[in-house]
Structures are given as C-alpha cells and as structure tokens.
Write a protein that binds this ligand. Structure first.
Ligand SMILES: [Ca+2]
Ligand SMILES: [Ca+2]
Ligand SMILES: [Ca+2]
Length: 353
C-alpha cells in the first residue's frame, strides 16, 4: 500500500490553481489579483473546484477574460491586456521580411484613430529593438499615416536598417496632429501603445534561414494563442495542431512541431527532443556565444523546455527571450534567467530537411 501511495505522489506535480469561488462569472479565469493555492496535481489539470488561470479584468462578464480575442471599436478591453481596442498585428508563418527589413501589417481598431485618419491628421510613433538588446529601444519621429481605406483600416509598415537573422520587437502608438491658431504643431496621443510585434529577419545561410522559418512559425502560434485559437483551455485539449496527448508533454511537442517542418528534430518529451540533436547538445555555459534563435533549451530541471529567441545582454545579468509552448497552457513570448537552463540543443546544418 505504501508503495502505491508513493507512486501516486511522484506522479503529481505542484501547480498553481485558483478556487472557483474567485471566478464569479465561471468563464474559467479567476478575477485579476486572485490568490493561487499550490496543489499537487497529476498532469496539468487543477482538480474540481479550482480553475487554472487568473487575470479576469471583468469577473461579471463571461465574454471578457485573458484568452479572449480583442473585439474592435467597442471601447472595451476584451482581452484584459493593452487597454481597449488596441492595434491587432497580422502575423504570418512567412512574413515578407528581408535580411535587413521587417514588414508588418497593423489593423486599426480604435475609433479615435480612425476619426483622426479620416481628417488626414493621423500619425504614429514606432519603437523597436532587437531582443538581443531589448532595453535599448529606438523611437522614430512621428510618421504620417497615409493611403488607408478607412472602412477597413490597417497600416502597412516597413522597417529597414535591421540585422540579418535577428529577432526584433516593434510597437506603435497613434497620434493626432493638431495645429494651433498661432501655427504651433502638437501631437496628441489617441491610443495607448500597441502590443509588441515580434518577428525575425531573414538569415544568411541555409541553416540561418531555417532558424528564421522556425521562429516565425512559432511566433505565429503565440499570436494564435493570444487570440484564444489554440492551446489548452481547461480540461479539453484544443491544441490539435501539436498532437498533444492527455498526458501532456506539450512544451517539447510544441518545439518539435515548430522545428520539425524544417529540420529532422522530432520526439515527444524533453529527453527525446534533446536526443534528436545528437552531439549538438551543450550545457548552459557560454549561452551568449552558442545559443541562436530557434535552438532548443531544456529548463527547470528538465521539467520544461523552450524555443530560444535571443540572448539579451541589455540586462544584468543577461536574460533569455523564448517562445514557450504550454506556458500556463498557452504559447507565450517570455523572458527567463540563464540559471534556469539545463541543456541547449543547437541546430546544425546536418539536421536540415
Ligand atoms: Ca472569471
Ligand atoms: Ca475591444
Ligand atoms: Ca485589450
């Protein structure tokens, strides 16, 4: 009997869950600020009477929660992020980037921005940085927004002067240009800052181009997850594109799925995916030299794994940018400390399809 109990205990992992009493509208998200309790659970699931996530900014409305798609022009923050009616970036698995430029589409969802645009007074602030030095952000002067169909408004942006094979983040804010009677010009904010748009410029070699493809495919999945389209949302799996099974090794499956189209990487759990790298596995020393976008990292004592975006030297100590499957049952772009890394799977030319 003791042996059986011990086995059950080992099969459980601690997980943060929220009492269902903290989820008044029963949409599966506890109210923002709710306190978690740590419960040993088998797999990923919180037991009956608990929900697995919090951050619900309107716990009286089932259609508002952190995994909701932001609805345009309603003045409501539907997804509990980035304010009401924020810009929606259009992601693609193959964005029209070049080695030195990134091209982006941003859908305008805000009434005030459309009104300023219809009056030909709409400008935007654009700021960007490579993730490898993310704190060193460049802000451009106000750019005039032109050639927009105000019935279905979006802006097309091209950002040049970038470095080949690097991951960047970009965000914008809309401004209205006002001219006073005396002729003074001011730019008034009409929207908050958009969410960050993440993308990778095209790499130079076949291997570097494969990294670009892998990263941009994974970033598309993160955007889908932000819209509530894929990923686990409670007890039913809906991440069918990852082929995840109910015993949940979703982080490694996400990496194998993203990299597997372009390389021979395959496998299910963390150890299998690491095994696919053969002799191209290193420990966590000198990550700043060896780690490149699209590489694989086992983290948290091999209990989790990630797809690397950048080694960021703009903070001290340096940190890692990653896109992670099964991050709170979602795909997310996150930062993590170098000390959490156990092993690095380095993509190699011999692994290309
Ligand atoms: Ca709720
Ligand atoms: Ca909205
Ligand atoms: Ca929002």
């Amino acid at each position: 009997m003791y042996a059986l109990l011990l086995t059950l205990a080992l099969a459980s992992t601690p997980r943060a869950c929220y009492p269902i009493t903290q989820d008044a509208d029963r949409d599966g998200y506890a109210r923002a600020g709710a306190l978690a309790v740590i419960i040993p659970v088998p797999g990923l699931y919180c037991p009956a009477g608990y929900v697995p996530a919090s951050g619900d900014c309107d716990d009286d409305n089932r259609s508002i929660h952190p995994n909701q798609r932001e609805l345009p022009f309603n003045g409501v923050d539907d997804n509990c992020r980035d304010g009401a009616d924020e810009v929606r970036w259009v992601y693609s698995a193959t964005p029209a980037n070049t080695p030195t430029s990134a091209r982006m589409l941003a859908i305008i969802n805000d009434e005030d921005a459309v009104r300023a645009g219809a009056e030909d007074r709409l400008y935007l602030h654009l700021e960007y940085s490579p993730l490898a030095s993310a704190e060193l952000t460049t802000v451009l002067s106000p750019l005039k927004v032109r050639d927009v169909d105000w019935d279905a408004p979006f802006v097309s942006l091209s950002l040049g002067g970038l470095v080949s094979g690097d991951v960047y983040r970009i965000r914008i804010r809309f401004l209205r240009r006002d001219v006073s009677a005396a002729g003074g010009v001011t730019y008034v904010r009409v929207t908050g800052l958009s969410p960050w748009y993440y993308t990778m410029t095209v790499g130079g070699s076949a291997l570097e181009r494969a990294r670009t493809d892998i990263v941009n495919l994974a970033l598309l999945q993160a955007d889908d997850s932000d819209s509530g389209l894929v990923g686990y949302a409670g007890l039913q799996r809906d991440g069918t594109r990852y082929g995840a099974a109910s015993d949940e090794k979703w982080c490694s499956e996400f990496y194998a799925w993203s990299a597997g189209r372009f390389t021979t990487v395959g496998g299910d759990d963390v150890w299998e995916v690491l095994g696919a790298f053969g002799g191209n596995v290193r420990d966590n020393s000198h990550l700043g030299i060896y780690a490149r976008p699209g590489d694989y990292m086992a983290v948290n004592d091999h209990g989790h794994s990630t797809l690397l975006l950048a080694y960021d030297v703009s903070t001290s100590p340096a940190r890692l940018w990653t896109v992670e499957g099964n991050y709170g049952n979602r795909v997310e772009v996150v930062t993590r400390g170098v000390e959490t890394v156990n092993a690095l799977g380095r993509l190699h030319e011999s692994m290309l399809r």
